[in-house]
Design a protein around this ligand. Structure first.
Ligand SMILES: Nc1nc2c(ncn2[C@@H]2O[C@H](COP(=O)(O)OP(=O)(O)OP(=O)(O)O)[C@@H](O)[C@H]2O)c(=O)[nH]1
Ligand SMILES: [Mg+2]
Length: 376
């Protein structure tokens, strides 16, 4: 083990800060050290906290941090600030406020402004969370502003996602971006000292949301113990879950005879939309649309085709499931953070779409293909 990796595992805060900066900058040596630390990962609870600007997320994170420290837990706080929104004031405010934790080696704090692509930010955040995990933190809390898809992708690295709402938000819950509501494992209604908290809670129930709803006044520390309990106990999601906004693009079925199978599906009323021989993969393909998805029939065009090998080993049947995702890089970052086994780095396929394969060992036994929606 390298000196730096050893220091991180021993809890050296300065070494951790240095490596965190390297990881954030995507420095090759830093990423190598991170890989070296992989065996030490898997212990931390990764909590995403998101919600609209000014909802009191930072105040809440701060109060939660104090509560968790009181319970003897160590933690890291990663505050992600999309610079498109901010003048930099929010991060500065966070820094000043978080100085109160400065002397406490049990809390590691890092604020990050977005730069470059959001996919890149999601990746860096996922890697930082892994680093904090390897450094032995009990909790990693990621604060993001929930205003769009990009932040949703960041919270895909979290095991538990807390969505922070406030009373009187644009009058009703429906006004909030739908996608954000769906990622919640826990709802917090902060600023419950303001009128209307009850109404928000009623609307959440009316909308059919089943997860815990906790009222807080973060600035006074009210409801924070309940939040700490929930964050520590809510089942959250299994670490690997379908990326937000994903849909089934196609089901790949390995068949002995394309003609026989096509005849069968045609008898069901399906029709072949497209046929192709993919020389590089040694496979003949027929695509049959089914609603918004497709069935992809795969026949080996040579005895050393991967499909021929599959048929030999497992017989005809489901070969892979392909999910279409809005942001492949972000999905890959989430999968990597969850420890999934990827068979390739994202690469471009025949039609110009980018794709990645995930090993069946990580997905419950079926080969999974993730496809980036093509930009029209
Ligand atoms: N009345 C009341 N004010 C609160 C509460 N929690 C936070 N605030 C105040 O709300 C303002 C915004 O709080 P922040 O914690 O900065 O909110 P944020 O969601 O992190 O904001 P951004 O990071 O800029 O999106 C501050 O002035 C807080 O003091 C609360 O429970 N009640
Ligand atoms: Mg904030």
């Amino acid at each position: 083990m390298t000196e730096l990796a050893r220091k991180i595992r021993e809890g050296d805060t300065r070494a951790l800060a240095r490596l965190a900066t390297g990881v954030e900058n995507r420095d090759a040596h830093a990423l190598e050290t991170l890989r070296e630390l992989e065996p030490a990962m898997g212990h931390a609870r990764i909590v995403g906290i998101t919600g609209p600007p000014g909802a009191g997320k930072s105040t809440l994170v701060d109060a939660l941090a104090l509560e968790l420290r009181k319970r003897g837990k160590t933690l890291a706080i990663l505050a992600v600030d999309p610079s498109s929104r901010s003048t930099g004031g929010a991060i500065l405010g966070d820094r000043i406020r978080m100085q109160q934790h400065h002397a406490d080696p049990g809390i590691f704090i890092r604020s990050m402004a977005t730069r470059g692509t959001l996919g890149g930010m999601a990746r860096a955040t996922a890697d930082l969370a892994k680093l904090m995990d390897a450094a032995g933190k009990d909790y990693v809390i990621i604060e993001t502003v929930g205003v769009g898809q990009d932040e949703i992708e960041i919270t895909s690295v979290a095991q538990v996602t807390v969505v922070v709402l406030v009373p009187g938000m644009g009058d009703d819950v429906q006004a909030i971006k739908a996608g954000i509501m769906e990622i919640a494992d826990i709802f917090v209604i902060n600023k419950s000292d303001h009128p209307g908290a009850e109404r928000v809670e009623m609307e959440l129930h009316a909308e059919g949301f089943q997860c815990p709803v906790i009222r807080t006044v973060a600035s006074e520390g009210k409801g924070i113990a309940e939040l700490a309990d929930a964050v520590g106990t809510v089942a959250g999601r299994t670490t690997i879950h379908a990326p937000r906004g994903a849909a089934i693009d196609h089901l790949g079925i390995a068949v002995q005879s394309l003609e026989d199978s096509i005849r069968f599906y045609e008898s069901l009323g399906l029709a072949v939309e497209h046929r192709e021989s993919v020389a590089t993969e040694k496979v003949d393909v027929a695509m049959l649309p089914v609603g918004e998805s497709r069935i992809e029939l795969l026949q080996a065009s040579s005895p050393d085709s991967p499909i021929a090998k599959f048929l030999e080993k497992r017989g005809p049947g489901l070969h892979h499931v392909a999910l279409r995702v809005p942001d492949l890089n972000a999905a890959v970052a989430g999968l990597k953070a969850a420890g999934a086994r990827l068979l390739n780095e994202p690469r471009a396929g025949a039609g110009g779409h980018i794709y990645v394969f995930v090993h069946p060992a990580s997905t419950g036994g079926v080969l999974l293909e993730l496809i980036q929606e093509s930009a029209h």
